[in-house]
Design a protein around this ligand. Sequence first.
Ligand code: ZN
Ligand code: ZN
Ligand code: FE
Length: 760
Amino acid sequence: MERRAIAVQGVVQGVGFRPFVYALAARLKLAGFVKNCVGDLLIEVEGEAATLDDFLSELTAHPPPLARIEHLAWQSLPQEGDQQFLIHDSDSETHGAIFVSADIATCPDCLAELLDPADRRHRYPFLNCTNCGPRLTIITGAPYDRPRTTMADFPMCAACRAEYDDPGNRRFHAQPTCCPSCGPQLRVLDGQGNPISTSNPLTFFADAVRTGSIGALKGLGGYHLACDAQSPLAVDQLRKRKQRDEKPFALMVLDHVVAQKFCLVSAAERALLNSPRRPIVLLQKRFPCPIEDQVAPGNPKLGVMLPYTPVHHLLLRAVHGIPLVMTSGNRADEPIAYDDADALKRLTGIADLFLVHDRPIRVRCDDSVTRIVAGAETPVRRSRGYAPEPITLPMSCPVSIAALGGQLKGTFALGRDRHAFLSHHLGDLDHFDAYRAFVNDLSLYEELFDLNIKCLVHDLHPDYASTRLARVRSQAEGIPLVGVQHHHAHMASCMAEHGLMSPVIGVSFDGTGYGVDGAVWGGEFLVGDYVSYQRMAHLGYVGMPGGEQAIREPWRMALAHLVNAGESDGILAAHVPQPALRAARQMMERGFNTPMTSSVGRLFDAVSAIATGRTRVSFEGQAAMELEWLAGDSVSDDSYPWDMKETAAGRVIDTAPLIRAVAADRRNGHDARDISRQFHRTMADLIATVCARLRENIRVNDVVLSGGVFMNALLTRIAAQRLAEMGFSVYRHHKVPANDGGLCLGQLAIAAERLRCGSE
Ligand code: ZN
Ligand code: ZN
Ligand code: FE
């Protein structure tokens, strides 16, 4: 006979771990207890040594589906003669720290109850259990229990309470559990927000959407706008009312079988679609595709997700399985609406009717977007279903650290020990609403994870809202600051994801990032580790005539690159009025409002504008994205020429020969698709060639690919392939986005390591 104390770390709370342990101990007839303890799970069991071994191996081999065991340790204790196995209350009353799990899609057990006429929760749109349901989006404070969620105002009925208290029940300590007699209820409102009286709000709403109306639907982390994705009229209306010109809408379909009617779905993509995280998965459209082209104009991909709340499951069935556009409830570029009063105000005039309920959303959380690139998950936006699940760092944080990320794709990362808690996506911090959510949710996370921040990390850009927040808070609270260069953070983000500690070659390509010389960087080959880096090579500078305007009007970048290459602007004259061309030329000559940039994102814009004549875009990176679509999924055998010069400031890559060749191809009437395929091939060659040159001198063989340019799947795939052929170990993003949404992870790792080494 023996007693063992077992400590389990990882994602072990709010995922049904205690009932699982209870059931396992009961089956093996072991005595003792299990309890939550400051983010970990503590188990003490007593019995025969062989049975205890079985207990341990069963625990590690078949934990609950949503749990993730990162570390397990046990030690022997003196016997205490326990007679039964108990679930103890958690220690969380004294320690705030509880690992809050992400929101989890309706589990198969709950779905079965939802559809079972004999079940007391039949068709009840808010059912959930320990294995599924809302988590982050409803939490108001720590520790995670019902009074500190937006379910606080829904006292459990006797039947729900009995399940909640029963250790053998699937709803044991399921904080948001409820039923038709005690939980939230659906209501339907007209376009002005007046209640519509109906015995079945869901069917009423579904019928309207099915027959061409645009409906606003209160979801898990915010409002969605929904319409029939096969109705040209409805989709067109939605686009006009939302004032969203070309950005793609996502779809929600009943299941992966329906998704396969419109898109090609590989086994890996099917697994992602069906995963409990239920992200939007970018899938290749079938051709021809019965989905309205206006859903994702000109885009060879469709963003598709499956139902993830009971409301969605019921809705998709009530519309007879037709595919629905399911896009964030907002106008143009505003953040998604989540507060009821605000949503009604902002979506009036867009939605014909509303399907709402009385469970408030505390944390605004957009849908996550992801895709499979070369067989592996490659996130586009990490948010609902992922946040705030921790990412394990390769180093330990000596103090609690908050890294505040960038500007356009606001996210923050909090570090404690080896855990990085990354926030959900907070959007463009230029929007006051997004900024306010950033500040509020930052303090909520600090409370949830019981952190006392002793170090604030920010980008070097002085005008990022996140940088200013770090400064203000540092002043007010006397917390030390660490500034991190943008492209160094990108590189470190990919390193941290892969646990790399030795120096790497960081290929850091993006649209915009503040360089230490005041220029706009974005085509950088860095060599270094977390503590420091050297800028070994970069794209030669060209002007950005008009500054920010050059991002919205890619013809300006085309002009800058043509002038830089000694070419005339004749190619652009067909698309751009002469006075505008002349004004931009003068700006460059006088150096007025013309920041210098080494950005690869802007090079893509320029080549896209030259190859296609596209002059304006409605969102950043659109021209670059269209260039990728043109290539399809192959590159050509030929490469365009380019040059590299040794200078005192490192190697400088000269793109003038490339631009001259692209311009000549365009003049000679070459197909834009061929230009794009050859350009992609060139960029992959360029990456591989420069890395090989660097390796000759510095003997570093690990290459990380990071920055927004690597949202380009074709370039990522071909570049990784060429590097691998040359014997490099290539690392790319699988946990956080390559774009600025992943920046905070790199900032955090850099600060942690600098503090650890005493260089800050
Ligand atoms: Zn469930
Ligand atoms: Zn109830
Ligand atoms: Fe960036």
